[in-house]
Design a protein around this ligand. Structure first.
Ligand SMILES: Nc1nc2c(c(=O)[nH]1)N[C@@H](CN(C=O)c1ccc(C(=O)N[C@@H](CCC(=O)O)C(=O)O)cc1)CN2
Length: 305
């Protein structure tokens, strides 16, 4: 389970791996209900009606109820003020039935994203974007309460596929706050030797070609070509780019940041898009919420304990 290979690389089935994680989580939720009479609660806040964000939020809420967690929805209009969003975050911070708070990104342009993310209680920061959680991710010997979901999903795929990380050369393509930077920090915690390449890097190709592990998170459709890949490398594709495709009913098709057809011939392992890292993002969100709830349930001062 979790992979297939006809020719070339082993294709990592992120959807199957995510499904088995959902089952593991559902069992733990049921244990919590039977022993504590409580279930983890996840609040997902969305501001505006971006189609992609609506889709991701729907998927998160559905997954949350499917594993037996409580889903709390806050849907705000696109012109909601920063103060209104902050008021909702404060209310969720104080709610003992909420163990995880996620504000879907990106937020509308008039909202100061940093101010909103900083307001989320670090104990409920299931996205792991609070500066204290990110700061600890960057420090030796410090453990954040939560690790961002997509980076955590990338590592979980490597671990479950038994792909070695320690002592390996890893190259992260892209340096976003959501994926590139935290995944680089996480790989470093797992003792890989990590480089980050970005828009100002002069020769991305030759750096990527040295990597045993490639994490492609540049946000550019099929940017990483087959001849960039070292034979046998593990290629984890985080990209979600919609490209025009007149053969599809919708007129578009989802592709990653890696040229899958080419790279599959060279790599040792590769994730597809869709069906690779995307489903793991949601599985890790559930995992973070479960961890947050377990921490809360084990605290004597927790008002519902
Ligand atoms: N607050 C956050 N906002 C955003 C995050 C995040 O981690 N926290 N990440 C991204 C988008 N994202 C989750 O929100 C996300 C992206 C993709 C998928 C996914 O399962 N994709 C499927 C394909 C779905 C489709 O057909 O469109 C796949 O790859 O198989 C899940 C979550 C931005 N915002």
């Amino acid at each position: 389970m979790g992979s297939s290979s006809c020719e070339g690389a082993v294709v990592i089935d992120g959807k199957a791996i995510a499904n088995s994680i959902h089952q593991e989580i559902a069992q733990e939720v049921s244990y919590l209900w039977n022993n504590y009479g409580r279930v983890p609660g996840l609040a997902v806040v969305i501001v505006g009606d971006r189609k992609d964000s609506q889709t991701y939020v729907r998927m998160k809420r559905k997954a949350c109820t499917e594993v037996g967690m409580k889903s709390i929805s806050v849907d705000l209009p696109g012109d909601a003020s920063e103060e209104t969003i902050l008021d909702h975050v404060m209310e969720l911070n104080a709610d003992p039935e909420v163990h995880g708070i996620l504000v879907q990104l990106p937020l509308p342009k008039h909202v100061n994203e940093e101010r909103i993310l900083n307001a989320i209680s670090i104990e409920k920061d299931v996205d792991g974007f609070h500066p204290l959680n990110i700061g600890k991710l960057c420090m030796k010997g410090r453990e954040p309460l939560f690790v961002p979901c997509t980076p955590k999903g990338c590592i979980e795929l490597l671990l479950r596929m038994e792909i070695p990380i320690k002592g390996k050369r890893a190259v992260v393509v892209g340096r976003s706050n959501i994926v590139g930077l935290p995944v680089a920090m996480l790989l470093n915690k797992y003792d890989a030797t990590v480089s980050i390449v970005h828009s100002s890097t002069t020769d991305c190709k030759s750096l990527v070609k040295e990597a045993d592990i490639v994490i492609a998170a540049a946000g550019q459709a099929e940017m990483v070509k087959g001849d960039w890949i070292k034979p046998g490398a593990a290629v984890i594709d985080v990209g979600t780019n919609y490209v025009k495709d007149p053969t599809k009913k919708s007129g578009q098709r989802l592709v990653g940041d890696v040229d899958f057809t080419e790279a599959k011939k060279v790599a040792g392992w590769i994730t597809p898009v869709p069906g690779g890292v995307g489903p793991m993002t949601i599985a890790m969100l559930l995992k973070n919420t479960l961890e947050g709830a377990k921490r809360a349930f084990s605290q004597p001062e927790d008002s519902n304990a």
